[in-house]
Design a protein around this ligand. Structure first.
Ligand code: SAH
Length: 217
């Protein structure tokens, strides 16, 4: 749905971060206090285009340009809680987009390395994150399928675009006892969020939620 369609919808959108967090995130079962706190601290309005400010806290994805979207708040919260990020985690994110998920991860982690393939979105995410006073991140303009060999291993890896497969290089760059979350599926309508864990070189994969993400190129 484009921004004009969202704006012309008749139903009322939440007007504050607090309302968004209560009605969409806590009420659907997200319990982690640190995740909830991170959501309260990061104003989603900074990350959506000015034209979309009225729908900044809406219960759905919002277009950010270049055929990409900022994910629905609940999905961002769900993935973040399942990833179990802590203050000493080194995190890799694939698909910075507007930088919203990067900001949430940065609130919880030691450092976030994020990769975005569209140069204009790298600039946009950097600008938004600066405005949100987030500093413990770095964004790289390249294809995220290869990960970031120089910075590996990562305690946590989060892919925010739908992939047809699990990129092998990302598994290789996952630390021992690391966790990775990635939407995988052959078609937009049939993707599953996978939680991947690695321990003693044993990799386990568990489907945790059916989802629809823009494609990982
Ligand atoms: N996490 C973002 C949502 C991003 S949408 C947010 O909070 O807004 C998915 C993003 O992944 C898009 O910006 C898209 O350009 C990017 N992307 C798609 N394929 C990619 C790839 N192979 N490497 C890096 N980024 C990719």
């Amino acid at each position: 749905m484009d921004i004009d369609q969202l704006l012309s919808n008749l139903h009322r959108y939440p007007e504050s971060v607090q309302e968004m967090v209560e009605k969409q995130i806590i009420s659907r079962g997200v319990q982690s206090e640190s995740v909830i706190q991170a959501f309260l601290e990061v104003d989603r309005k900074i990350f959506v285009p000015a034209k979309a400010h009225a729908v900044a806290y809406a219960d759905q994805p919002v277009p950010i340009g270049f055929s990409q979207t900022i994910s629905q708040p609940y999905i961002v919260a769900f993935m973040t809680e399942k990833l179990e990020v802590s203050q000493d985690s080194k995190v890799l994110e694939i698909g910075s987009g507007c930088g919203y998920q990067t900001a949430i991860l940065a609130k919880l982690a030691c450092k976030v390395f994020s990769i975005e393939v569209i140069p204009e979105l790298v600039a946009l995410a950097q600008k938004n994150l600066q405005q949100a006073h987030i500093e413990n991140f770095e964004i790289f303009n390249q294809n995220g399928r290869s990960g970031l060999k120089e910075q590996a291993p990562f305690d946590r890896i989060l892919v925010t675009a739908g992939s047809r497969d699990i990129p092998k290089k990302l598994i290789n760059q996952l630390a021992d006892r690391g966790k990775m979350i990635i939407p995988v599926g052959k078609y937009f309508d049939h993707q599953e969020l996978l939680l991947i864990t690695k321990e003693n070189n044993k990799v386990r994969t568990k489907p945790i939620l059916p989802v629809r993400f823009v494609p990982l190129v």
